[in-house]
Design a protein around this ligand. Structure first.
Ligand code: MRU
Length: 309
């Protein structure tokens, strides 16, 4: 959790493969490949929900296919590929921020969940990048920052990023979002994505699903913003997305006057992500443009990724 947020988790995974290669000191390609592949299992397991991690690691290990490359040269190639993935993330975020401008209007009050800014990407951010760009363009935006229990990525990270950018925000308790949606004080809901399934269901930080439900119920549009590297073309639907459960200590960390507020034998249960079904989502804001329901991008995916590379 030192590095967190799906896009930058992917980039960190790519550099993890480079480190595994550097740690191998011999000159036998077979042994080196074995050492690298063993490390990729551990790297992928570190954060099972964000598909960007598997995407980046798999992209790195395609470089192992050419068995004629000597060990030293392979290390250089792996480093160059990790740097390319990092650079691409900057460009991807720039495109997401630009594409999102078709959606954001002057005067919007946006509920934002978790952290999707520069602290979750190499630079620029996804959903928060769209908001920052809108403010740069002179749109008058106010952000209601979901605190995002239990790790408080909203209250700690998103609020900090908004403050640095001079954008007006107020932190709200996650459970307060329904109030602002029902009263139509909030005009849009935005968040990122950790894995998007083929049918358009997506996994994002825990609390996204009830937020999207309340928005949908009250007719407020819901916009996830993410790079297409978060799209998992082999995952049929949200039920197939693995959900990371984190330590109960993240839940039970509230104290008053130095004492835990919970009964002595209290336990927590801590899924870190939930699934938002596709029918609650108004449109995707991606690096390849705004994509509307029914989210059938398979037929266009080759075109998208071709243009991307
Ligand atoms: O557990 P985290 O902090 O890595 O989770 C981050 C989120 O869920 C983000 O909202 C998501 O990764 C999108 S990041 C641009």
């Amino acid at each position: 959790m030192v590095i967190r947020g799906a896009p930058v988790i992917g980039v960190a995974g790519a550099y993890g493969v480079v480190l595994a290669a550097i740690q191998y000191n011999g000159s036998n390609r077979g042994d080196m490949d074995k050492a690298i592949l063993a490390s990729t299992v551990a790297i992928k397991q570190a954060r099972p929900t964000a598909v960007n991690l598997g995407w980046a690691v798999d992209r790195m290990i395609t470089l192992l296919d050419d068995q004629n490359i000597p060990c030293l040269e392979l290390k250089d190639k792996l480093l160059a590929e990790a740097e390319k993935i990092a650079d691409e993330d900057v460009e991807t975020c720039r495109r997401i921020a630009k594409n999102g401008q078709d959606i954001i209007q002057d005067g919007d009050v946006i509920i934002h969940h978790c952290n999707t800014g520069s602290l979750a990407t190499v630079e620029g951010g996804t959903a928060l990048g769209v908001i920052l760009e809108a403010c740069k363009q002179g749109k008058n935006i106010r952000v209601l920052v979901d605190e995002t229990r239990p790790r408080l990525q909203g209250a700690r990270l998103t609020a900090w990023e908004l403050e640095q950018a001079g954008i007006p925000y107020q932190i709200i308790a996650d459970g307060a979002a329904g109030y602002f949606l029902q009263k139509h004080i909030a005009t849009k809901v935005m968040f990122g994505a950790d894995r998007v399934a083929r049918n358009g269901d997506l996994a994002n930080k825990i609390g996204t699903y009830p937020l999207a439900l309340a928005a949908h119920e009250n007719g407020i549009p819901v916009y996830p913003a993410f790079p297409l590297s978060s799209y998992d073309s082999v995952c049929p639907d949200g039920n197939s997305i693995p959900i990371e459960f984190r330590d109960e200590g993240e839940i039970l960390n509230i104290s008053q006057d130095g004492k835990s507020v919970y009964p002595q034998n209290a336990h927590g249960l801590n899924p870190s992500f939930d699934i938002t079904p596709h029918d609650l989502i108004t449109a995707w804001i991606t690096d390849m443009g705004i994509i509307y329901p029914p989210f059938k991008i398979e037929e266009n995916f080759e075109k998208f990724t071709g243009e991307h590379s």
